[in-house]
Design a binder for this molecule. Structure first.
Ligand code: GLA
Length: 392
């Protein structure tokens, strides 16, 4: 429960009154996430180091006396309905409502009777930006349903319901990182997640000395939709050939020793995964020693690997990283890498807090000069995970 109302909840609650002519009774929020290290390793059983953002998606609403679900999105300024039978979640829909439908279906499959409801969704997590707006939506809907039904489900089960929604209703075979970050986020803590055993450790981080920036290219290339399952399939192929459960079980040595058995492309995909998992551990160690230079080096290396071995970067993400690299320590920039699924979206950078303002304007100007495009930069602190909000 939260002592104050997040702005997304206030906006959604106001809109609810205008749309539905009554006050909303229930509200829930769930954050997006920013991943510091370990991209494209969650579905290989690897270790990842995300944080929940202090930006979230809010769902506010109330019970209806009909079985249907009607939701207004303030971001898209549209209302979408889901027609349901008494105990069924309806025919598959497309667009953002498919995430809602997937979460409802997950509850129904677990024998919860989900009643009809009206809701408004508002969010300050930008869509398609590599900050997991979809996980924020799924987890916000699941948390809202808990409020609506008066139940509390195990948080791991909640993350799984949301991941299933993404697999089965949105058609994205994602890992579990985004949903776990959104459910388990905590202020001023990173999440070190073992995606094989689902063991979770919280890593304290202070932004007094070094700040965590997200740099939004504002672009989102459609190629990502087909590339993601392809990347996942290549990793599974590598694991099968190496006769291991997943690539988390491989080392650089085992990979090298079997290099001739692997297709060169599959080899490079696997090499990214193995090295990126190592980098997650190395980053946690370096953070523990406040060794910011080492942290920065790991960021640059990670970007190169995602760009060259895994090939999920794009012109705009590379241009952000090249701009950051050219500026480097002269403006307090320690390291920068793309974050999330890739093919557009955001980079994440570590910047000395004392140099923040200069670094932000140098990055924006440098990127504009290099590409002619705008860059939106935000300074982030790890935020709280999903929770219900009491409306007053
Ligand atoms: C997307 C997926 C995650 C993860 C990242 C890449 O955000 O949803 O599961 O695979 O890409 O690290």
């Amino acid at each position: 429960m939260t002592p104050f109302l997040p702005s997304t909840v206030v906006r959604a609650a106001d809109r609810f009154v205008r749309e539905f002519g009554t006050d909303a009774q229930f509200a829930a929020v769930a954050p997006g996430r920013l991943n510091l290290m370990g991209d494209h390793v969650d579905y290989c059983g690897g270790w990842v180091l995300p944080m929940a953002l202090n930006r979230c998606t809010a769902v506010v609403g109330t019970l209806s006396n009909r079985p249907d679900i009607e939701i207004f999105s303030t971001q898209l300024q549209e209302s979408v309905s889901l027609a349901r039978g008494a105990d069924d979640f309806g025919a598959p829909v497309s667009g953002w409502m498919s995430y809602v439908q997937g979460v409802v279906a997950g509850f129904v499959r677990r024998n919860f009777r989900v009643p009809g409801f009206f809701a408004v969704i508002d969010s300050d997590v930008p869509v398609g930006s590599g900050l997991s707006s979809s996980a924020a939506l799924e987890v916000a809907v699941a948390t809202f349903l808990e409020a609506l039904l008066g139940v509390s489900i195990d948080p791991w089960e909640k993350a799984r319901i949301c991941q299933e929604a993404e697999h089965q209703f949105a058609g994205v075979p994602c890992g579990i990182m985004d949903q776990v970050a959104s459910v388990f986020g905590q202020e001023d803590r990173l999440i070190l997640l073992d995606c094989d055993s689902l063991e979770l450790r919280r890593i304290p981080i202070s932004t007094q000395e070094v700040s965590i920036l997200s740099l939004d290219t504002g672009v989102h290339h459609e190629l990502g939709a087909s590339a993601y399952p392809e990347r996942r399939a290549a990793c599974e192929r590598a694991a099968r050939l190496l006769e291991i459960k997943n690539l988390r079980g491989a080392t650089e040595d085992t990979l090298e020793s079997r290099r001739t058995d692997l297709d060169p492309l599959v080899f490079r995909r696997a090499r990214h995964v193995v090295r990126e998992i190592d980098r997650t551990h190395l980053l946690v160690e370096a953070l523990g020693r406040w060794d910011w230079d080492r942290c920065g080096t790991l960021f640059w290396e990670s970007h190169e690997s995602l760009r060259d071995d895994f090939e999920v970067s794009c012109f705009e993400l590379d241009a952000v990283v090249e701009t950051a690299r050219a500026l480097g320590p002269s403006v307090g920039i320690l390291g920068c890498r793309m974050t999330g699924g890739g093919f557009g979206g955001n980079c994440v950078a570590l910047v000395k807090t004392a140099r923040l303002n200069g670094a932000i304007s140098a990055l924006t100007d440098g990127y504009q000069m290099r590409t002619g495009l705008g860059l939106s930069i935000a300074v982030n602190r790890p935020g709280a995970g999903a929770h219900q909000v009491i409306l007053r």
